[in-house]
Design a protein. Structure first.
Lengths: 102, 228
C-alpha cells in the first residue's frame, strides 16, 4: 500500500468514525430527528400556521426512495467523472518524468 | 437548513426571493459562460454539482442526538467561484422542494440565500484567506468546505430569528434558540464534510491537474521538457 492510499483510507475511516461513534456511544437513546422538522414543530407549537402547503408530499416510503435516488444520481455522476479522469490520466502516452530506472 | 414550505411569513418569503434572484440569474450566466468558453470544465462542473447533490440527500446523525444534512457547496465554490454554486445549489433545492416536499417554493428564496449564496461565498472567502495566509491547498479546502456548511446553517438561523423574534428576548434570544438547534448539530457534520472535500481534492489533484491549473487552484508546474 502506498503512503497515498494509506492517507485516503485514514480519511475515510475518520469520516465514518465521526458519525458512527456518537451513534454507538448513544446506545439508541436518541431519536435522531431532523433539525429542519424540529424547528418546524417548534414554530407550530408557538402558534404559527404555515400558509402554503407543498404541492406534492410523497408518502414516507416513497420519500425515502426519492432521497436515495437523489444520492444515487449524485454518486453516479461523481463516480463517472472521477473514473473518466483517472482513466484519462492512465491513458496518457507520456511517461511521468520521475521514472528514471534503467 | 431547509425552512419548510409556508414557514416564512409572506413578506419574508418575498423579500428573500428578491434577494436570491439576482444571485441565481448571475450564477446561471456564470455557468453558461464557463461551459461555452471552457467546454473541458463540464466534467468538473458535473463533479461539483454531483457532490452537493449526494451530500444534501444524506441525513447524518450528530452528537446532539439530532440529524441534519451536509451541503456540499464548498467544493464547487473553490473550483469555480461562488456564482456557479448559486445556480447549482438552487437546482438542488428546487428538486427537493418539488419532489421531496423538503424545503418549499415559498421558502426557496430564503433557502437559496443560505445554501447557494452565503454558504459558497463564506467557504470561498475562507479558502482565499487561508491560501493568502500560506496554507496549503488541502487545509484550505478543508476550512472552505466545512465553513460553507456551517455558514449555511447560521444563515438559516438568522433568517428564522428575523421572522420569529422571541416575545421576551427579541431577535438575539431567537437567534440563540435557532443556532442552538442548527449550528451545534452541524459542527461534526461540517468537519466530516470538510474531510470528504479533502478526499475529493486529493483525487482531483492526482487525476485532473490540467483542469485545476487552468482554474487557478494549482500552480502550473513547468515540466523538465518545457512542455507547459
Amino acid at each position: 500500500m502506498t503512503r497515498r492510499s494509506v492517507v485516503d483510507v485514514l480519511l475515510v475511516l475518520a469520516v465514518v468514525a465521526l458519525f458512527a461513534v456518537p451513534l454507538l456511544l448513544d446506545g439508541g437513546a436518541s431519536e435522531y430527528g431532523g433539525t429542519d422538522a424540529a424547528v418546524a414543530e417548534e414554530l407550530e407549537a408557538g402558534g404559527y400556521t404555515p400558509w402554503f402547503e407543498s404541492l406534492s408530499s410523497p408518502a414516507g416510503e416513497v420519500e425515502s426512495g426519492l432521497f436515495a435516488l437523489q444520492a444515487a444520481v449524485g454518486a453516479g455522476v461523481l463516480g463517472y467523472v472521477l473514473g473518466l479522469l483517472r482513466g484519462r490520466r492512465r491513458a496518457e502516452p507520456a511517461p511521468p518524468p520521475e521514472r528514471g530506472h534503467p | 437548513m431547509h425552512i419548510a414550505e409556508g414557514f416564512l411569513p409572506p413578506a419574508h418569503a418575498i423579500g428573500w426571493t428578491v434577494v436570491a434572484a439576482p444571485f441565481v440569474v448571475h450564477g446561471a450566466r456564470a455557468v453558461v459562460k464557463e461551459v461555452r468558453e471552457h467546454p473541458e470544465s463540464t466534467l468538473l462542473l458535473g463533479a461539483a454539482g454531483a457532490f452537493t447533490f449526494v451530500l444534501s440527500a444524506i441525513k447524518l446523525p450528530s452528537v446532539t442526538g439530532s440529524s441534519s444534512h451536509p451541503t456540499g457547496t464548498g467544493v464547487g465554490a473553490v473550483l469555480f467561484r461562488p456564482p456557479v454554486m448559486a445556480l447549482l445549489g438552487t437546482v438542488v433545492l428546487l428538486f427537493q422542494a418539488l419532489l421531496l416536499a423538503h424545503g418549499g417554493l415559498t421558502t426557496l428564496g430564503a433557502n437559496a440565500v443560505a445554501f447557494a449564496v452565503v454558504g459558497p461565498w463564506a467557504g470561498y472567502g475562507a479558502y482565499r484567506l487561508a491560501r493568502a495566509a500560506g496554507a496549503g491547498l488541502l487545509p484550505a479546502v478543508f476550512v472552505a468546505v466545512a465553513l460553507a456548511d456551517l455558514a449555511t446553517y447560521v444563515t438559516t438561523s438568522v433568517q428564522l430569528a428575523l421572522a420569529f423574534p422571541d416575545a421576551s428576548t427579541g431577535l438575539v434570544g431567537a437567534l440563540g434558540k435557532f443556532l442552538g438547534v442548527f449550528a451545534v448539530t452541524q459542527v461534526p457534520l461540517a468537519i466530516g464534510e470538510g474531510l470528504l472535500g479533502v478526499l475529493l481534492f486529493r483525487v482531483l489533484t492526482a487525476n485532473a491537474r490540467p483542469e485545476l491549473e487552468r482554474l487557478g487552484v494549482l500552480q502550473p508546474t513547468v515540466a523538465p521538457g518545457g512542455a507547459a
